[in-house]
Design a protein around this ligand. Sequence first.
Ligand code: ZN
Length: 483
Amino acid sequence: MRLWTCAVAALSFGCFFSIFDLVHAQEGTTTQISSSTSYSCDPAACQLTSNCLCASSSPPNGLDPKDTPQFVVVTFDDSIQETLYTAAQQMLNVINPNGCKARGTWYVSMQYTDFSLVQQWYAQGNEVADHTFSHVGAPSEQEISSAKSMLHEYGGVPLNKIQGFRAPFLNYTADTLKQLSKQQFSYDSSSSASSDNDNFWPYTLDHGMANDCWTGVCDANFKLPGFWEFPMYAVMNNASVPQLMDVYLSGTADDVTKWSLDTFERHYNGGRQPFGIYVHPTHLASYPGLPDPKPLLDSVVNLIKSISEKKDVWVVTNQQLLQWMKNPVKASQLANQPYMKCEQPVLPNEICNGLDDNHSGGVDESLLNNCNFGTSNFKTCFNCPNTAPSLSSPTPGSTMQNGTAGYRYTVPENCDTTWWDPIGNKCNCDTTATNCEYKNEALPTNKTTGSDGNGGSSDASSTLLPVSQLALLITLVALVTLY
Ligand SMILES: [Zn+2]
């Protein structure tokens, strides 16, 4: 049954990683990583003031590790669906030292994604990133651009806020990175850091790649000035075999927790390199007829809780981390950085913005459109396309005419999602406005004692109704026939 699920929910990658890990472990244990690389970068010539940063296992700008925030990134891959969304929310139910809720990054592929949830994810301060249209490795230009268009058009995320990318199966090439830079992405997070030799902080590709050198990507002789690489940090198991994604599948809960905490401590007491927890939430969500994933989910939730209780630990999106990388500040100054705040609009009534503006307990109630195309269905605050989106036509014409009643207007670049009313064609707070009303969502917190962070933000999750479980099952069955 597990294999079946694995194949079904576009999860072949879940199975794939065990193979990947083996290959990677082989390479990693032969320590070819540094010897085979042609990477060289002179920190004196490559400085943050000109948006350049060399790969290094020490914090940027010569910061002392003990003054440096310990960043933790929790990332989610593939489609966003209700059960997956609920599982992801549970993992982020911790509070940062400034009282704001932890945030995560979702690398979204298009099939089976509910775009109203993309919008809700983003509206709560999380990051929405690109994971291709049809979940393929070594993706084409179109695979990357089509996903970005749909996240914007149906998820309501401003184009300039979609900055990150992860390649399906982590299968990227030098061409993928060049394409990302060309399409105005800020960073890629597909490479792996699996040993002390390549446990680098994020860095720019002004001097090419310094991770995954065993694949030859470091010798590919390309340079992408100002484009960032965010390595994914492996956890070492007791045989020193690196485990990259879904580590919870690779051993008992106790073992995985120990390996993870040991690796975390090496970062924390070493160069304070970010620590990552990389999840395919489909393993951790309930499906009718499949084993209860709660013990697995609990072990991940508890791991994140115990890590986040340590001093100076911040659970952030990769974009928040990017902001810090560009202008590093001491941990003691992080709380007040604008990108770490958690403010939400105060609006007089419900608009279709991914939030519960009128505190009714529902998000965008009765404002969502239902777009149905037989095998692909999604909800959105925006216009339904008149035909199912495809790779070559990701945002077909809409069923509504511009100017007619019910037409939804796409979010413009100068307005953020939570302020945009797609029905009223109105920005309630554009970038030049000064009188927009915010509510600070920070909660009182004493970080050293920890907090379970109840309340404080709108929560779109709800108890699953049997009917939605049925819908999921139907989706799964439809998928089987596709694969
Ligand atoms: Zn994937």
